[in-house]
Design a protein around this ligand. Structure first.
Ligand SMILES: [Zn+2]
Ligand SMILES: [Zn+2]
Length: 199
């Protein structure tokens, strides 16, 4: 049976994300593809690699249980609306590459509004059109919104807990796998790249 979120679950996901928008709706549908293949899990059984940091990722975290905090959501800021999912127990996986929903009137309206100079009316119209588009995306079949491909890489290994080293500049403990060495001494990434974190 295909899994569909209840109205309550959708409402809870929306309050997690903060607003309804097309990106969130695509994320819900990507999550549904994953759940319908691999089942629902709340541990770290599922692993996701997302290639964008946009709205859809919140829906994926909410519905699949792949979260940044658990380490089973890997974020690559590549600006691509593509989501790869794996199931650890059998290593099965797929990559879902997002396709635009065929809704020419709404998408043209949104494109047109985006080019107009900002005004309260434009904002209201844009919000209305985006909400309508989001609902249209949510009403579509998940399979119609994505091209499904094999994963482009191996399932990521769980991150090992490594020891911490003390950054020579700020003195803060830093995961060994993240330190950069300069002149034989360990530095955290922000110190190494000269970013002033204290401002
Ligand atoms: Zn959003
Ligand atoms: Zn530092």
């Amino acid at each position: 049976m295909t899994y569909r979120p209840t109205a309550e679950q959708l409402e809870a996901a929306l309050s997690f994300h903060g607003h309804i928008c097309p990106g969130f709706a695509y994320g819900v549908q990507a999550a549904l593809l994953c759940i319908n293949r691999f089942g629902r899990h709340h541990d770290a059984e599922l692993v996701s690699l997302v290639e964008t940091d946009s709205c859809g990722v919140d829906a994926i975290q909410f519905f699949t249980g792949c979260t940044l905090g658990k380490g089973n959501l890997i974020l690559k800021d590549w600006g691509k609306a593509a989501y790869t999912f794996w199931r650890r127990s059998d290593g099965q996986g797929f990559r879902a590459l997002q396709q635009r929903l065929e809704a020419p009137e709404l998408t043209q309206q949104i494109d047109r509004l985006k080019q107009e100079s900002p005004s309260p009316e434009r904002e209201a119209q844009l919000k209305k059109a985006k909400t309508e588009l989001a609902h249209a995306i949510l009403a579509a079949e998940p399979e119609s919104l994505f091209t499904i491909q094999p994963p482009q890489r191996e399932i990521p290994r769980p991150e090992r807990i490594l020891t911490s080293l003390t950054c020579q500049a700020c003195g803060e403990p830093t995961m060994e796998s993240r330190v950069r060495l300069f002149d034989g001494h360990p530095y955290c990434i922000p110190c190494f790249s000269g970013v002033d974190q204290k401002s």
